[in-house]
Design a protein around this ligand. Structure first.
Ligand SMILES: Cc1cc2nc3c(=O)[nH]c(=O)nc-3n(C[C@H](O)[C@H](O)[C@H](O)COP(=O)(O)OP(=O)(O)OC[C@H]3O[C@@H](n4cnc5c(N)ncnc54)[C@H](O)[C@@H]3O)c2cc1C
Length: 452
């Protein structure tokens, strides 16, 4: 699947690129300028718009909502989680899923009856649980995540954007010896990969995060992902969209892409429908599909199946009643698969996975599981009388590897399927996509998508 056919090779002589890279020139001075239309203004679409516009392209982003990041990128867990490359599909997953069966507030719920797409996705997920596949997938995600972390830091320096970011790491908390053992194994893998991580005993945890004092009797240890960060992803996307606009990117909101028009070889345009019912065709030189969980539908008529399933997750965001009782280090509770991030005077608690199609109803059992977690962990810290519940659909592939690269249509590219790690991987994915579209080899070892 490795990309080796640069679309841009027809446009940009590869040797010239290598030569100019060697001399340290900015690439956009030599990139053939294209008009690029991006479908979707979530984290994936906005980041792609940024990196593509930075190499000189004219970019138009089409978004059906009224602003960026109002769907899955709206209220996620807020973690830049480089220290968690292990995908959901791993050798322990099938047994774990069986243990959770029938529990209403289980971290993972597979609702019945299941439609064909879900069954097929589930079978592919099982295949990805084989040890060899898990190892490969973990490696690929780790490479992309580490690259993405570097790109995010560089982007922040370049643009100066603020989004309640904290660079205090992510603390993976273990409340049982089995979880601690698993954490130690993960720590070894991270060390081999050169990703920052440290095992902490109880005292070291409390020193790092005094708000955990209340939990001390139950905590058996933790791993700190020291390269990790946290922040408000929606704010990030909104701020980055503002920078994009200042750089000349055009955003077309309240407008849906009804279909991708193509002749079997190339896209000839996007059929748009605006909020007031007006229809028109938008034509560009190249196109990027970044429509999250809704990407497969747009490709189905063109004979390419994208194995992306909408895996529903929940979050609650609360104002703080007593800020000193709330953590500032971003946390992961490994036993309950819940994450928690501090955004100024707010605390976000997120988690749970539900396979139930495109349904966006709030299930109260799952909402109250998050609220209970906040009350148990940090009593009195949050204003629990006013929880802001939210649910979003993670665009998840069976391997959790995002689909980045060229589609079967010559001028259409993918930046989609980012699953559980869409923010962690956003900058790296978009930078790699821009490199591919500019006919350059991305500086990251990753199995980029190349249509068969
Ligand atoms: C509960 C939860 C917690 C999470 N926690 C984390 C975390 O801590 N760290 C992390 O890295 N990741 C996390 N994620 C994952 C991350 O949020 C997602 O991977 C990411 O938001 C996906 O971004 P996206 O741009 O691909 O999709 P989206 O944000 O859904 O963007 C797609 C956009 O495309 C638009 N669109 C779709 N179809 C069309 C159309 N036909 N025409 C026009 N526009 C269209 C949509 O309106 C939407 O705005 C979490 C997810 C959930 C649900």
């Amino acid at each position: 699947m490795r990309n080796n056919r640069g679309f841009g090779n027809a446009l940009t002589p590869g040797y010239w690129n290598l030569f100019t890279r060697f001399l340290g020139f900015r690439h956009h001075t030599h990139t053939h300028i294209m008009h690029i239309a991006i479908i979707g203004a979530g984290l994936a679409g906005v980041s792609a718009a940024w990196y593509l516009s930075q190499t000189g392209h004219r970019v138009t982003v089409i978004e059906r909502d009224a602003a960026p990041a109002l769907e899955t990128s709206y209220a996620n867990g807020g973690q830049i989680s480089i220290s968690h490359p292990e995908p959901w599909a791993n050798p322990g997953a099938p047994m774990q899923v069986l243990r959770w069966l029938g529990k209403k507030d289980a971290p993972l719920l597979f609702r019945w009856p299941a439609e064909a797409a879900r069954i097929r996705w589930g079978l592919e997920f099982l295949r990805e649980c084989l040890p060899g596949r898990t190892r490969q997938n973990t490696l690929a995600i780790a490479h992309l995540a580490a690259f993405s972390g570097q790109r995010l830091k560089a982007l922040r320096e370049e643009t100066g954007i603020e989004y309640n970011q904290l660079s205090r790491g992510v603390l993976h908390m273990y409340f049982s010896p089995e979880n601690l053992h698993h954490g130690e194994q993960q720590h070894k893998i991270l060390q081999e990969l050169g990703i920052g991580s440290r095992m902490l005993d109880r005292d070291a945890c409390l020193e790092l995060e005094p708000a955990l004092a209340h939990l001390a009797p139950h905590l058996v240890g933790a791993m700190l992902g020291s390269d990790d960060e946290s922040g408000d992803a929606q704010r990030f996307a909104t701020e980055l969209a503002r920078c994009c606009r200042e750089a000349g990117v055009e955003f077309v909101f309240d407008t849906s892409v009804a279909s991708i028009e193509a002749d079997g070889q190339r896209v000839s345009g996007l059929s748009l429908r605006s909020g007031n019912g007006e229809a028109r065709l938008l034509q560009a030189d190249a196109y990027v599909l970044a429509a999250g969980s809704y990407s497969p539908q747009l490709m189905r008529p063109h004979g390419e199946r994208l194995a992306i399933y909408p895996v529903k997750g929940y979050s609650t965001t609360m104002e703080l009643a007593q800020p000193d009782k709330a953590p500032t280090v971003s946390l992961t509770d490994e036993s309950r698969r819940i994450v928690c991030s501090r955004f100024g005077n707010r605390l976000r608690i997120a988690g749970t996975a539900e396979l139930n199609g495109y349904n966006l109803d709030l299930d109260l059992d799952r909402c109250s599981a998050l609220l209970r977690w906040a009350e148990d962990m940090f009593p009195g810290a949050c204003n629990t009388a006013e929880p802001n519940y939210w649910t979003g659909l993670r665009p998840t592939t069976p391997s959790n590897l995002p689909i980045i690269g060229r589609s079967r249509l010559a001028n259409l590219f993918y930046n989609t399927g980012h699953g559980t790690l869409g923010w962690t991987l956003a900058c790296g994915s978009a930078q790699a996509l821009a490199d591919i579209m500019n006919g350059q080899q991305p500086a990251v070892d990753y199995p980029f998508w190349k249509s068969r």
